[in-house]
Write a protein that binds this ligand. Structure first.
Ligand code: S3P
Length: 176
């Protein structure tokens, strides 16, 4: 398959962007880049430490800068998984729209809550109860819905989710 655009995965924390991204890139034989990991390499610090020591505002600025430079790069053949909060930024959304084909990995709130609640890796949800996480997710879904394609993941195995994405990419290639 000849890709004309970068592939971007979007969705809430715990939606499987990195796991699906790795599987998708392997199946397509292209590179995978995880924005959070990239930031951790640039900053030489874990995301949770960046939040703790430098604050969310600092993290968001680095996050936007990292995403925009990846999306602006000439290289086309890669799958990029975004951090769950980055798509709330208008510049990121515009750039994703112009330079990539984007997929929102959508799950029921209860599935996401179950997955992320016990994680200490996710500073943003520390101290939130289920209702508050659900509210955050529903608020964010309005932004995630601006991606090119919504992939309903509930009750699907990882490989089925990957195949759904590949099917859309194939159809898109035919159209383009
Ligand atoms: C965040 C999601 C995290 C990470 C940071 C903030 C968010 O990435 O970027 O903790 O605002 O949703 P994942 O979506 O990969 O967990």
């Amino acid at each position: 398959m000849k890709l004309k655009k970068k592939i971007v995965l979007i969705g809430m924390m715990g939606s499987g962007k990195s796991t699906i991204g790795v599987l998708l890139s392997k199946k397509m034989n292209i590179k995978f880049i995880d924005v959070d990991s990239k930031i951790e390499i640039i900053e030489k610090q874990k995301i949770s430490q960046i939040f703790k020591l430098k604050g969310e505002k600092y993290f968001r600025a680095i996050e936007v800068k990292t995403i925009l430079s990846l999306l602006d790069s000439r290289e086309k053949e890669f799958v990029l998984s975004l951090g769950g909060g980055s798509f709330l930024d208008e510049k990121v959304r515009k750039n994703v729209k112009n330079n990539s084909i984007s997929f929102w990995l959508n799950w029921k709130p209860s599935t996401i809550i179950k997955r992320i609640k016990k994680s200490s890796k996710r500073p943003l949800i520390q101290g939130l109860d289920d209702k508050e996480i659900e509210k955050m997710m529903l608020d964010r879904n309005k932004y995630y819905a601006k991606s090119n394609f919504k992939i309903d993941c509930e009750n699907h195995k990882k490989n089925e989710i990957v195949d759904k994405i590949i099917l859309i990419l194939r159809k898109n290639e035919i159209k383009s």
